[in-house]
Ligand binder design. Sequence first.
Ligand code: GLP
Length: 257
Amino acid sequence: MSSLVQPARPEPSARAKSNGGKSERVRRHVLQTIDAGLGPHDRLPTERELAEQLGVSRLTVQRVLDDLTTENRIYRIQGSGTFVRPTRIAKSMELTSFSEDMRSRRMAPGSLEISVTQEPAGANLAALLELSPGSPVVSIRRVRTADGAPICLERSQLPAELVPGLSAEDVSGSLYELLAERYGIQIDRADQTIRATVLDPDDASDLEVPAYSAAFEVDRLAVDHRGRPVEHAVSLYRADRYSYQLTVAVAKRHGTG
Ligand code: GLP
């Protein structure tokens, strides 16, 4: 999981080369600003600030930002600003759902204590899901079981507009199968962070372990086949019942025989 590669950089657009170099200057400035230390989802200066700093029109800035949006370097949220799009992890682990994960271990997946609620997205979640702050988000909380034993506490948040009518009964089985079958959403990739943590007393009680037991926390931002962020999830796995297995391979180098 250690190698992060930048996606291949497309050529600057014809437009960037055509208006006396102004667009090219704006483009270079924005990319340098990103490379100089902005992280995924960090906010870029506004169009007006960029236009003033660089002595160009807002229209020129807007066009350059349009191009960079098309090239997946940045994304824009109306009313909020322009943000850095995360780069992809090139050598990925296989992306699986909880149900697939359990079946591959020859255990039956299940869910208990399911709740589905809808609330407005706060600023951070809205930025992750590329929504305007306050847009409705569906939150799903489930205790996931393996052969009937609680093993994971999962909280998933999805843009409500993508999953109209979703109810608690709907997610007693696999969420990802439901997304594919009912909503035509195929999860294509995910950015994932795994860290060690301890369970607070409520979460520990749901997972039937003593308070402050060790757990893995897995944060996932899943993107669909159209590149839309569709799920932000935080899963807490019991450390005594779960391990992470990765297949690692020697990096293939380009241009060598
Ligand atoms: C994993 C992911 C979750 C995702 C879940 C879907 O556990 N960490 O983000 O919601 O899989 O699993 P299923 O399709 O079994 O509901």
